[in-house]
Design a protein around this ligand. Structure first.
Ligand code: BG6
Length: 302
């Protein structure tokens, strides 16, 4: 692949007729597509998305690094999602944790002279995107401090899930947790409900979350299972009607078909000393019918 818009397509065949496919863009190191065996797209991308820098693509899985949101000196959600990443042609082998992966690609990001002017910390960011035989998609970020001094960062896999109708969706796994509400100047609240449902704009960071969260789409009879490691927080975002209209790269009604649920590190940023490395891993899988709570509890215990 050549040029800024180059995208990398990789796929696995797990059985004779089953095929999973994912598409990764070098712009932002961003997964822009993930399809199941039936060829259905599982990630949302706006029909108005702009596929060239400096605007991050509205959809898929943008990488927010080294800053999440706009509380910091950098652009909203950091610069990584707007940079051109490179492919590592000789990646290290799979670790025992990822031995189920059947296909993977490693992308690299290192700061340019220009980047160092706005964020003066040398780092190496290795993003591994892998597909397993069962069609699950894993993203593993390894960020190493190659600087002489410690630095801190926040991080999120800003995952735009495709849903049938936001009113028919609920999230399980975050009930009773504390969250920071971005709509209320980051005030801290405690979730009261049984599961999270949607009837207006939601922009929250759930804190100290379990390693498995499920997003149930009743209409499609589909459950996304999000397993994560090294990512204590979960962002939940849906812009709803008013905010949708204010975003140039988002259709007025598209909020009905998407939900962002991000594995993240936000409340307590990661600090890396010289030579140290951090790993944050998220694995997305889909089960065809909605899980009943009992099954989900069993999975959470895994
Ligand atoms: C969310 C933030 O995660 O991302 C929201 O909490 C923000 O406040 C949204 O509006 C989208 O951000 P952006 O920069 O991609 O438009």
């Amino acid at each position: 692949p050549r040029g800024a818009s180059a995208r990398v397509r990789f796929q696995i065949r797990s059985f004779v007729f089953s095929l999973s496919l994912s598409l990764v863009s070098l712009h932002g190191g961003q997964v822009t597509s993930w399809r199941n065996e039936q060829g259905e797209e599982l990630l949302f991308t706006s029909s108005k998305a702009i596929f060239k820098p400096p605007k991050a693509v509205r959809g898929g899985i943008p990488i927010c690094f080294p800053q999440f949101g706009n509380c910091g000196s950098l652009e909203q959600h950091g610069f990584a999602r707007n940079k051109i990443w490179t492919i590592d042609e000789n990646p290290p082998p799979l670790s025992p944790n990822d031995s189920h992966a059947k296909s993977f690609i490693d992308l690299l990001l290192k700061p340019s002279e220009e980047d160092l002017k706005c964020w003066p910390h040398s780092f190496e960011f290795r993003l591994r995107v892998s597909l397993a035989a069962d069609g699950s998609l894993a993203l593993i970020s390894r960020i190493r401090n190659v600087n002489g001094k410690p630095f801190s960062f926040s991080f999120a896999y800003h995952t735009y899930l495709s849903v049938s109708d936001i009113s028919e969706v609920r999230i399980e796994g975050l009930e009773t947790l504390d969250y920071l509400d971005n709509l209320c100047q980051k005030e801290r609240f405690t979730e009261q409900g049984d599961a999270i449902t949607f009837e207006s704009e939601v922009d929250r960071v759930y804190l100290s979350t379990p390693n498995v969260v499920a997003v149930l789409d009743h209409e499609r009879k589909r459950t996304y299972v999000i397993r994560k490691d090294g990512l204590p927080d979960v962002v939940v975002w849906n812009p709803w009607e008013k905010k949708s209209k204010s975003m140039v790269d988002f259709g007025d009604d598209e909020y009905k078909q998407m939900l962002c649920v991000d594995g993240a590190v936000i409340e307590k940023p990661v600090t890396l000393k010289p030579g140290e490395e951090w790993t944050g891993r998220v694995e997305l899988s889909v089960v065809a019918s909605t899980l009943c709570s009992e099954q989900f509890d069993v999975q959470r215990g895994m």
